[in-house]
Design a protein around this ligand. Structure first.
Ligand code: NIG
Ligand code: FE
Length: 388
């Protein structure tokens, strides 16, 4: 029986509130015992059981691995010129997606896979041990199906986003495209996907079209989540709550009725500060949501248009500085919040029985993730009980 003990942890974040009555479930001078890729024991370092293999964390802080619940990694090319134009005053609109669609359709399967692998590797080395990956740059039956079969090689958290935008060949025929998404496309992709998603916003799909797509996905056995209220106030959040979506994502605009609905529901609000950063948009007030009782997650939204980063520590720093979250709230949202947005109970925390997915930071406190922005504070990443 192979056991590994991580001892002499200065501060352990378990996200188990039973430990100390706070959401981070903190233990000072802690130890963590791992067996068969799972957490076997947690507690004070001085009362830790013995193990064959012992790692000394030298007083550093250990946190659960980040659970990044929103990414678009299956694409070709980049949009650096669009970014530069935006920084020179141009507004972000959903239309830029068409350019990535064009390049993605032309790319080979192996190029799409190696690009996504490169980004997943980047994410893992910055502490992301669970990652969600969407399709959405294919927008034909064949290209959505291959996007998802590539995504499935990298993660179990795959999401069908055939309803990302209406592709150019369906211009003026959005309802016909919605019928394709809900019909043949869904049939072809459903064995490769856990989630169904739709971009419900200006320049993408209306609330009615979004409802149709999500309901078709649900009827096919998929679980709903959606992009809502990134570009303007709309009914996307209400739709997500109505359909018991695991998460409504972006939520850059919301009103009091949205807050009330979310607070009474199991639907998580997933905030994507990388998108506000890269589109120079106003950040939503996360504190307002949290104070009202809404569960908030943070994700990187890695994509070539609105947020070309995989870095969850940057999301934490931005959420603290720009969205009024405390460092503790931001860390919880990037770990257990992300797990709740994926309806997962085995990741995002370090209680007995959870996956042994964790990060040893270079510092003695998680506060440094926001306090030292842009600095690589990741010392070691462990996934399924093994150091990567
Ligand atoms: O989540 N908002 C819609 N989709 C992506 C952006 C896609 C793109 O610009 O390529 C997002 O931000
Ligand atoms: Fe997105």
């Amino acid at each position: 029986m192979s056991q590994t003990l991580i001892k002499n942890i200065g501060l352990l974040v378990t996200n188990n509130s039973e430990i100390d009555g706070t959401s981070l479930g903190l233990i000072e001078k802690a130890a963590l015992l791992i067996e068969h890729g799972k957490v076997k024991w947690v507690g004070a370092s001085e009362s830790a059981p013995s193990a064959e293999k012992v790692i000394d964390a030298s007083g550093k802080c250990v946190i659960p691995g980040f659970v990044d619940s929103h990414n678009h990694l299956i694409f070709a090319g980049d949009r650096s010129n669009e970014f530069a134009a935006r920084m020179n005053g141009q507004k972000y609109e959903a239309g830029g997606i068409a350019y990535t669609v064009e390049l993605t359709r032309k790319a080979s399967d192996s190029d799409l896979l190696s690009n996504a692998r490169r980004l997943q590797h980047e994410a893992l080395h910055s502490g992301t041990t669970t990652i969600e990956i969407k399709s959405g740059y294919g927008l034909t039956v064949k290209d959505e199906a291959r996007s998802l079969s590539i995504a499935k090689q990298l993660t179990d958290e795959t999401t069908f986003l055939g309803a990302h935008v209406v592709p150019s060949e369906f211009k003026g025929k959005a309802d016909d495209y919605v019928d394709l998404v809900c019909g043949q496309m869904l049939t072809e992709v459903k064995s490769h996907t856990k989630w169904i998603d739709v971009f419900c916003d200006r320049g993408a799909f209306t609330t009615e079209q979004a409802r149709k797509v999500l309901k078709a996905g649900i009827a096919a056995g998929l679980l709903p989540r959606l992009h809502a209220n990134q570009l303007e106030q709309g009914d996307g959040i209400a739709l997500g709550v109505e359909l018991d979506a695991a998460s409504v994502d972006h939520v850059s605009h919301f009103n009091n009725s949205d807050i009330e609905k979310l607070a009474k529901s199991k639907t998580v609000a997933t905030l994507l500060p990388g998108a506000e950063f890269s589109t120079r948009s106003n950040y939503p007030d996360a504190r307002k949501l949290i104070d009202a009782g809404v569960t908030v997650a943070l994700a990187a939204d890695c994509n070539p248009g609105s947020s070309y980063t995989t870095n969850m520590p940057l999301m934490i720093a931005l959420a603290v500085r720009e969205m009024f979250m405390t460092p503790a709230q931001a860390l919880w949202s990037a770990t257990k919040g992300g797990a709740q947005a994926l309806r997962r109970t085995d990741v995002g925390h370090l209680s007995v029985g959870a996956n042994a997915d964790f990060v040893i930071l270079k510092e003695s406190s998680y506060i440094h993730l926001a306090y030292r922005p842009g600095v690589n504070l990741i010392d070691e990443v462990w996934q399924h009980g093994a150091k990567i």
